[in-house]
Design a protein around this ligand. Sequence first.
Ligand SMILES: CC(C)(COP(=O)(O)OP(=O)(O)OC[C@H]1O[C@@H](n2cnc3c(N)ncnc32)[C@H](O)[C@@H]1OP(=O)(O)O)[C@@H](O)C(=O)NCCC(=O)NCCS
Length: 380
Amino acid sequence: MEQPTFSKGLEGVVAASSDICNIDGNAGKLYYRGYSIEDLARHSSFEEVTFLLLNEHLPTKTELEDFQGKMRKSRALNPEIREMIRNFPAEGKPMELLQAVISYLSGYVEHKIQHSAFCDCRITLHQVVQLASVVATYQRLKEGKEYVEPDPTLSHGGNFLYMMRGKKPEDYEDRIMDVCLLLHAEHGFNASTFTARVVASTVSTCYSSISAAIGALSGPLHGGANEEVLKMLDKIGSVKKVDGWFAKAIENKQKIMGYGHRVYKTKDPRAVIIEGFLKELSEKKNDFRDYDILKKLEAKALEVLSTKDNPVYPNVDFFSGSVFKLLGIPPYLFTPIFAIGRVPGWLAHILEQRKDNRLYRPKSLYHGPDPRPYVLTEDR
Ligand SMILES: CC(C)(COP(=O)(O)OP(=O)(O)OC[C@H]1O[C@@H](n2cnc3c(N)ncnc32)[C@H](O)[C@@H]1OP(=O)(O)O)[C@@H](O)C(=O)NCCC(=O)NCCS
């Protein structure tokens, strides 16, 4: 009999076929349903990309207006959810709060639809929309301030900033935040998306799939490298110290945070776009510390790390932490923001899984003891 093959971490294993996301790691290209991330960042919005991911085509003007209206109507948090956030333990992690809220939301399905794995979860979009409101409200309450009602005139990203700060963002901040979310909306069969699909394959609900995906994203090997980049920047301190810090890091075989990627073998296309945002924000806020250090670090890394057998380049996290920092977002919210952005991608995969479902059930190689007799307690 043919021996089953084993690939640690399922590396190189094809686990499904999908129409959602195409990544060309060698060319540094990323497409959502065939549209390049550059085109989407230039012309689209988080709401339109959500429609695209969930409905497989770009919306007409009327479809977009309807969809936007529906998403914006779903932003407000009902009093029970606000209380849940208020009562969340001070030491609790916001990712755990998000997981809990998603499960709780399933009890608040609108339109009295029979909530099940067979319902069309595009009818209520609160499981996509409200993550942003929850994270913003978490921060408001943590600062001892009051809940802010959403503003339907703002983009999804802009409204997040508004509900968090209690003050309308500038137009450029609204756009940058919205596009940053769009850039995180989908990325193929990563760990959290795979988790969402595994749970969906049991014919569970989209709420339990998304909650499980949030759990997978909360691990440091998946989300959170941009937080580490900020710590690295603080350690370096100033652009003058980059040379010395980098030489020591290379000598100690230390990894440069925000560098390297399993899939991309060149600069991550999202990093290219986010770098532009960091430059723009640094100019607007007249604060170039992070931008200058990161560009100097990138130049040093290009000399040394791109000439190796396994060259590494900046990934999406290299510039994003500094962008979020300049938008006034504390580092412990960076991974929750990743979840806010990624939730349409998870839902698109859940819907795709349901279309042609087969329960995921891989095998493992057994290396345990041979069959042995049970020994009674008094004889052990
Ligand atoms: C993302 C990451 C886990 C990918 O890992 P991977 O595909 O398994 O790549 P490997 O760890 O096998 O690295 C391949 C080579 O590049 C080097 N390398 C990888 N990431 C590096 C980094 N950030 N800085 C310096 N060297 C790096 C490795 O040391 C290795 O060198 P070698 O061939 O001389 O041994 C890894 O690059 C990393 O830890 N990056 C830093 C954290 C980060 O930014 N994570 C966010 C990812 S979106």
